[in-house]
Design a protein around this ligand. Structure first.
Ligand SMILES: [Zn+2]
Length: 91
């Protein structure tokens, strides 16, 4: 679980003007194309639950690690990818 410091960082970001763009980046930063689809889905859900617990709101955005995304998740989970610049180096 998150520490109080981590929770306060989430709340800080969430209350900024662009806070609604808070995005799920998976729990353990897994790459969809290199993992089991079910596991990736579970990570999205788990991370959403944590973020919802802190902010009280449903998370609708996901920033898929390495930009790997499966469009079927958009219908399944009602989540939409926010893809940054393709050249961004993900870590
Ligand atoms: Zn990343």
């Amino acid at each position: 679980m998150l520490s109080d410091v981590q929770k306060s960082i989430v709340m800080y970001v969430f209350t900024q003007p662009e806070g609604h763009l808070i995005g799920n980046h998976t729990y353990s930063h897994i790459q969809l194309t290199k993992t089991n689809r079910e596991r990736f889905r579970e990570e999205l859900i788990r991370t959403n639950e944590i973020l919802k617990e802190i902010t009280g709101e449903e998370v609708q955005y996901v920033r898929p690690p390495y930009g790997s995304w499966d469009k079927a998740f958009e219908k399944e989970l009602n989540m939409f990818p926010v893809l940054w610049n393709v050249d961004t180096l993900d870590t």
